[in-house]
Write a protein that binds this ligand. Structure first.
Ligand code: ZN
Length: 178
């Protein structure tokens, strides 16, 4: 195990990802080694003893859900349908057959839109540039997270290649810096 830059010891250093994965594994599927690891990191207390809350500090960063602003086509279709109704009712008021024909065409168009709506809406849901950048940034942080170690002696996290360390609480800051 790599040496902790804070206490210069490697007797109680563990991979952060290993601690986290051992913790999220259900108790019945947990190996003897994982059980031992969790006991060293969190003490004798089990899930019911509250270490589940402390486990979240070891979690990898996740992409925050972003709401992509997009113009919903529903409103545009609604407007077009209203214009169509108006057009046929005013222009061809005296020709009922033509008006009826227009209404049927309009009805078919609206029906086609309703049936194909899901596919049309999917095209509008293009990831924004910001969402893509956020995903790329978080992916980089997850990569850094996978290289981190935790020292149980002083509760710090460190990347052996970096030589500096951070408290477990400041893990997100440590991942975004350097
Ligand atoms: Zn240490």
């Amino acid at each position: 195990m790599p040496v902790c830059p804070r206490c210069a010891s490697n007797t109680r250093t563990f991979k952060v990802s290993q601690v986290y994965i051992a913790g999220i594994t259900s108790a019945e599927n947990r190996s003897e080694a994982d059980r031992g690891l969790l006991e060293v990191v969190f003490g004798k207390a089990d899930e019911s003893g509250g270490w589940n809350d402390r486990l979240t500090a070891f979690a990898p960063p996740v992409v925050k859900p972003t709401t992509a602003p997009s113009f919903p086509p529903d409103f545009a279709v609604f407007l077009a349908a209203m214009c169509g109704l108006e057009f046929f009712s005013l222009r061809f008021l005296d020709d009922t057959r033509l008006a009826l024909y227009g209404y049927i065409l309009l009805g078919i168009a609206i029906l086609a839109y309703i049936l194909g709506r899901r596919k049309i809406l999917e095209r509008f849901r293009v990831p924004t540039r910001e969402a893509k950048e956020e995903a790329r940034r978080v992916a980089g942080h997850v990569l850094r997270w996978s290289r981190l170690y935790y020292c149980e002696r002083d509760g710090c996290v460190f990347d052996p290649a970096r030589g500096d360390w951070s408290t477990l609480e400041d893990l997100p800051t440590y991942l975004s810096a350097g």
